[in-house]
Ligand binder design. Structure first.
Ligand SMILES: [Zn+2]
Length: 573
């Protein structure tokens, strides 16, 4: 296609609204434009990339035996009431009433709709397994949409749902989906890891997340350098350290620590390591206060805490709430004499002679010991794993790269089929619930994640399989007859060979064309300029490496085709 005829409104400056790199670059490269908070228009280039991801997803889903359908975006409330999620889902569910006073929502996910469809139309084990998917626009009314397509309110998603007769069949379907997902992200040309994940609020027993690795990722991935262990931080178990044998428990003493509230300040003042201090944090769990004890250098993993407490929401109390609940200002809290529910991280139970707040302003307690000086209601693994931890599977060294979640597969079991009474007759004539799985891919998010992973100071560096075009062809001098003729003939040749080409035929200075080409990030750039008239040569440049090749005009097309084919080959599975 010709640049001069496409809507590609590139920008020189980064719009102030953009915080993360993919958002900045997608705005600057003219891929998207914001309509309202968290809601974007996909412009021609952005949509091309999205369609490419969709196509790969579609092919791999179809190859794995799944069938595509398309479900309504508007969903009636009564289905959600049946599953119990109308109340549970909270304010992310955008609800509205139609002219007949019927309540509806915009679908953030489709478990209810698909389960309803299957319960009405599938009645026998003979029809199983069934695996259905769609690629569709979803809506989640995020409280603070940000980061462009990374966390929008409206987004394009592939969601799939499987129905099996038995748990073991459902396990096989899960494995098929796991394989399909590996193929999908490999074919997108992305560096990614599948990690064990927490099943979260969606329910179910088992799940994996597919994380595109990127330094700018929101999530941390826990990967063993020695074995195949990989998990997200919600799931990654902290290994229990060994407790000192027969430790000498020193007498507890109270010590003045004027104005020292932060871990670091207290440790410096008392000349102790953070590993010898236990911090006490007040959390609000579904409205109730709970004190959390943690080693000074550790952090709470809030999803672990939420799961352990069995609540829907946990959040750190603010200073005022902390004072109201505990009667002590933040920074001087401790478990000794604290009249609140206390939950301690496992590591705390293995520490001796440690320092805690004295529950009195400007005072701490030293040589405090678990069991002797205070009791807790529960000990559990509730902290964020660190690079100092060992692999819970083999004891090996861990790495904690950053990642962006682009896919998630769940073994759901019978949670939804039981709630919605979705049953079939098994081979014994018994009526039993379907065993379900669900499988999501953030399609628009995958494009954003690809950009987070692949960019430089000049712009996007698209992986070839999902680039809006494979090649950008630059005519550097549209007034020069010879150059223009060569560029036009190359354009025709590329099109004939099925090479996807963006032809920059604009009447612009070369500098602008080069800048836009780098910004848009198309993998190959073919330049027709002065060197054609002087030496009969065309320049091919690879965006990723910056490597340039000077090629005779007559060989340009075949050379380029070779480069594209070999690069595509490396993303094949
Ligand atoms: Zn390991």
């Amino acid at each position: 296609m010709r640049f001069s005829q496409l809507l590609i409104p590139t920008l020189k400056e980064t719009p102030a609204e953009a915080e993360v790199i993919s958002h900045k670059l997608m705005l600057r490269a003219g891929f998207i434009r914001k309509l309202a908070s968290g809601i974007y228009s996909y412009l021609p280039l952005g949509l091309k990339s999205i369609r490419k991801v969709e196509q790969i997803v579609r092919e791999e889903m179809n190859n794995s035996g799944a069938q595509e359908l398309l479900l309504p975006m508007v969903q009636p409330a009564d289905l959600w009431q049946e599953s119990g999620r109308w109340q549970k889902y909270g304010t992310e569910l955008l609800r509205f009433t139609d002219r007949h006073d019927r309540e509806n929502c915009l679908g953030p996910t489709h478990e209810e709709v698909i389960t309803d469809l299957v319960r009405k139309n599938v009645h026998s084990y003979r029809s199983l397994p069934i695996n259905l998917y769609q690629i569709q626009t979803k809506f989640r009314d995020e409280i603070r949409p940000r980061f462009g397509l990374m966390r929008g309110r409206e987004f394009i998603m592939k969601d799939g749902y499987s129905f099996d007769a038995t748990d073991s069949d459902a396990g096989k379907t899960y494995e098929k989906m796991n394989d399909a997902y590996h193929r999908i992200f490999k074919r997108c040309g992305l560096s990614f890891r599948a990690v064990e994940a927490d099943s979260g609020t969606i329910g179910g027993s088992f799940s994996h997340e597919f994380m595109v690795l990127a330094d700018t990722g929101e999530d941390t991935v826990v990967i063993c350098t020695n074995c195949s262990y990989a998990a997200n931080t919600e799931k990654a178990k902290a290994m229990e350290s060994t407790m000192p044998e027969n430790p000498e428990l020193l007498p507890m003493t109270k010590i003045e620590t004027p104005g020292k509230r932060k871990v670091k300040a207290v440790c410096n003042f008392l000349d102790i390591a953070p590993q010898n201090l236990v911090k006490t944090l007040i959390y609000v769990a579904d409205g109730e206060p709970v004190a959390v004890l943690l080693r000074g250098d550790h952090e709470v993993q809030e999803v672990k805490l939420q799961n352990i407490l069995g609540v829907d929401e946990v959040r750190l109390a603010d200073d005022k709430e902390t004072f109201d609940f505990a009667g002590t200002p933040t920074g001087y809290l401790g478990p000794v004499g604290l009249k609140l529910k206390i939950i301690a991280d496992l590591e705390v139970a293995r520490m001796v002679n440690f320092t805690v707040g004295a529950n009195e302003k400007n005072f701490h307690m030293q040589n405090v010991n678990f069991g002797r000086d205070f009791e807790v209601d529960q000990t559990a693994d509730l902290r964020m794993i660190t690079a100092d931890d060992s692999c819970p599977s083999c004891g090996g060294k861990l790495e904690l790269p950053r990642g962006i979640e682009v896919g998630h597969i769940f073994k759901l079991g019978t949670t939804y089929s039981e709630a919605l009474k979705a049953t079939f007759l098994d081979d014994q004539g018994q009526e039993i619930p379907f065993v379900m799985g669900c499988y999501g891919i953030g399609v628009s998010r995958t494009v954003a994640a690809a950009i987070e992973q692949n960019h430089d100071k000049d712009g996007i560096i698209f992986p070839l399989p999902i680039a809006p075009f494979q090649v950008t062809l630059l005519n550097l001098s549209i007034k020069d007859e010879e150059i223009t003729k060569a560029a036009e003939s190359l354009y025709d040749e590329f099109l004939k060979l099925g090479i996807e080409v963006l032809f920059d035929d604009r009447d612009e200075r070369p500098g602008i064309k080069f800048k836009d080409a780098d910004l848009i990030g198309i993998p190959y750039r073919v330049t027709v300029g002065k060197s054609l008239t002087t030496e009969g040569k065309i320049e091919i440049r690879e965006r990723k490496t910056g490597e340039t090749f000077s090629v005779p005009l007559a060989e340009t097309t075949s050379r380029l085709k070779q480069m594209i084919d070999s690069a595509m080959q490396s993303c094949q599975v």
